[in-house]
Design a protein around this ligand. Structure first.
Ligand SMILES: [Zn+2]
Ligand SMILES: [Zn+2]
Length: 290
């Protein structure tokens, strides 16, 4: 799939081979590339901008996951939220935040070294008409970028195919991610079109339905996790049980990835007094508070 002009001076390169949807917004004679992606996309993106006769090109990151930023090369400036900047520039911070691993050598997931950010931004900032919106939860500083009627939503919302495949949607903080779905829903009600990181571009009722699907996926995971907790276990045990219930591959990297959202849920429930964490011989054991 190639480039699609979705609006005046707004283009999208559809996600492929693990890369997300990449947006290009042309404003002030500058091409702003939202989430360059990974692999050979840097070349594709720069060729496209050159054919458009534009010399200046800036990159904007919704968040610092490798699939969204590994191809962040050849840009005059790179913009990211302050808390994503840390993750973009420090592979250690990024890997700890994502998997709780310092050196994930040999992992099946692609990795990236430092991606330098030139411009740290904050929610509410505006970059030549492109507005940074708070949609954290998927990552601590996740940001959706609104330009005219389009919202480049990154991984604050997933397409339905991805949702069905992963079953345990990755969010550093699942409950904060739920709140960000409310933010996106409001934007849809305001007439905005959602360009998700992965999946089809949606607006109107279709977009509302996608927000709802994302909510339901999280809700289902919460209910199933609550069932799984009938038998106490460590974070890893509980995660693996849920993954097996969903028929997911329990390879080391996937277990580590899935423990991150599960951990966020367990600690949140603990703060509400719903579950307990007890230190035992086998590790920190989680069970329902009696
Ligand atoms: Zn992501
Ligand atoms: Zn992604």
């Amino acid at each position: 799939m190639g480039w699609e002009e979705i609006g005046n001076n707004v283009l999208v390169l559809r996600g492929e081979k693990g890369s997300p949807n990449t947006g290009i917004v042309v404003a002030n004679g500058i091409a702003f590339v939202i989430d360059p992606g990974m692999g050979d996309r840097a070349k594709k993106i720069h060729e496209k901008i050159t054919t458009m006769g534009i010399a200046r090109r800036f990159a904007i990151l919704t968040h610092a996951h490798v699939d969204h930023m590994a191809a962040c090369k050849g840009f005059e400036r790179v913009f990211a939220h302050r808390w994503e900047t840390i993750l973009a520039e420090s592979a250690t911070c990024r890997n700890v935040c994502e998997f709780n691993v310092v050196d994930p050598k040999g992992f099946k997931f692609i990795t990236a070294d430092s991606v330098p950010v030139t411009d740290e931004i904050w929610w509410g900032d505006e970059i030549f008409g492109i507005v940074a919106g708070d949609t954290h939860g998927h990552t601590p500083g996740h940001t959706a970028f609104t330009y005219k009627e389009f919202v480049f939503a990154g991984d604050a919302i997933f397409g339905d195919r991805l949702l069905e495949r992963v079953r345990i949607p990755f969010h550093t903080d699942v409950f904060e991610a739920m709140q960000s779905l409310d933010v996106l829903e409001k934007l849809v009600h305001d007439g905005k079109t959602i360009v998700p990181g992965h999946g089809s571009i949606v607006s109107g009722e279709e977009a509302i339905a996608l927000v709802q699907k994302n909510r339901e996926a999280i809700q289902r995971m919460l209910e199933d996790l609550w069932q799984v907790l009938e038998t106490p276990g460590t974070l890893e045990e509980i995660t693996i049980r849920l993954m097996e219930q969903y028929g997911l591959k329990t390879d080391l990297e996937f277990v580590l990835l899935d423990t991150t959202p599960i951990r966020s849920i367990l600690w949140h429930w603990r703060s509400e007094g719903k579950v307990r964490a007890t230190v035992a011989k086998e590790g920190i054991v989680w069970d329902k508070a009696k």
